[in-house]
Write a protein of this length. Structure first.
Length: 333
């Protein structure tokens, strides 16, 4: 299989964009997709999300080989957390900043993927018209739901609890309380969707609003991102959070052209505002006959000889006299 993806973001009703995302083409057919949703007040959330996305990129750019995807993702998360700790030591005024993160490592030749996530940013899989969240939700609301199930709290109390949106794990430069790491298989035609929680303005049940938009977009990555962001904006929610989405689609090899080797380790920045054209490699036709040698080199040499002769002709009166005598001699012969 081969992966085709598209991404985009809106700021919503917030003063600044605190989400960040990145992607990377790696060696041996691996692709990396990362999304982070920062927190911590003015500017700090923006710093945190960018810091973690960059740390994941740097880690995998320097990694010589990927022998165990889940292990590599755990090591990348530890690296990102250490980078965060270093930044906080350097700039203590940023204390309290942190970020969620989702990182997906996809192996195109086999269609296998692994992911690691911290926080409440959702990771979905869309297959055969059905949407499924595949990562754990590290939000206090999950704890409230367990209290409801145990009969210790009513559903109404859980739905109105003032701390229901608080996250219970984040990358903050200290011990990460919870993280989720899993692996799975990515079949042709399926989608993997990384998102910040701003997308959850739309219902994310199996056949809810997100699934309906994906179906309307025919699971096309570009149209899915554009239509999902438009649907969020159309809700007109006051204080709408930043919303960032990466949609990855698994394709049969015949339907997507592979990225040329020389583009390995280059970032593909694709947004809803500007998407690159699909690259198509057209092989040169072969007639089965040996190629003819080019005559271009002969013409180059003739041109150089002509230039030299012209210079000598202008610079040397004796040469001109010699040439005229030679021409006259052979003309009279």
């Amino acid at each position: 299989m081969q992966a085709n993806f598209y991404d985009g973001a809106i700021i919503g009703q917030r003063e600044e964009q605190q989400d960040d995302r990145t992607n990377l083409i790696l060696h041996e057919g691996y692709r990396l997709y990362v999304l982070a949703d920062g927190m911590g007040g003015h500017n700090a959330g923006n710093v945190a999300s960018k810091l973690v996305c960059s740390a994941f990129r740097d880690f995998f750019s320097d990694l010589a080989a990927i022998n165990d995807s889940e292990k590599a993702l755990k090591e990348a998360l530890n690296h990102a957390n250490e980078v965060m700790r270093g930044k906080l030591d350097e700039m203590p005024e940023l204390q309290g900043m942190g970020t969620t993160v989702i990182a997906v490592l996809l192996h195109e030749p086999t269609g296998q993927y692994s992911f690691i996530s911290v926080g409440d940013s959702p990771l979905y899989k869309y297959s055969e018209g059905r949407l499924q969240r595949i990562n754990d939700n590290h939000a206090f609301y999950e704890d409230l739901k367990r209290l409801v199930a145990a009969g210790e709290m009513s559903q109404e109390e859980a739905d109105t609890h003032p701390d229901r949106h608080a996250i219970t794990s984040a990358v903050m430069g200290r011990v990460i309380e919870k993280f989720d790491v899993k692996s799975g298989q990515f079949a042709a035609g399926e989608l993997i969707i990384l998102a910040s929680d701003g997308l959850q303005t739309l219902t994310d049940t199996e056949d809810g609003e997100i699934a309906q938009v994906l179906q309307s977009a025919q699971a096309d990555p570009e149209q899915s991102v554009i239509q999902l962001l438009a649907a969020v904006e159309e809700k007109g929610i006051s204080h709408q959070d930043n919303t960032t989405i990466i949609v990855v689609r698994s394709e049969n090899e015949a339907s997507v052209t592979s990225t040329p080797p020389e583009q390995a380790n280059e970032e593909l920045q694709v947004t809803s505002e500007q998407a690159p054209k699909t690259q198509v490699e057209i092989p040169q036709k072969s007639s089965g006959q040996p190629a003819k040698k080019s005559s271009s080199k002969v013409w180059v040499w003739l041109l150089l000889i002509g230039v030299v002769a012209a210079i000598l002709w202008i610079a040397s009166p004796e040469l001109r006299t010699f040439v005229f005598d030679l021409v006259e001699k052979y003309t009279n012969a």
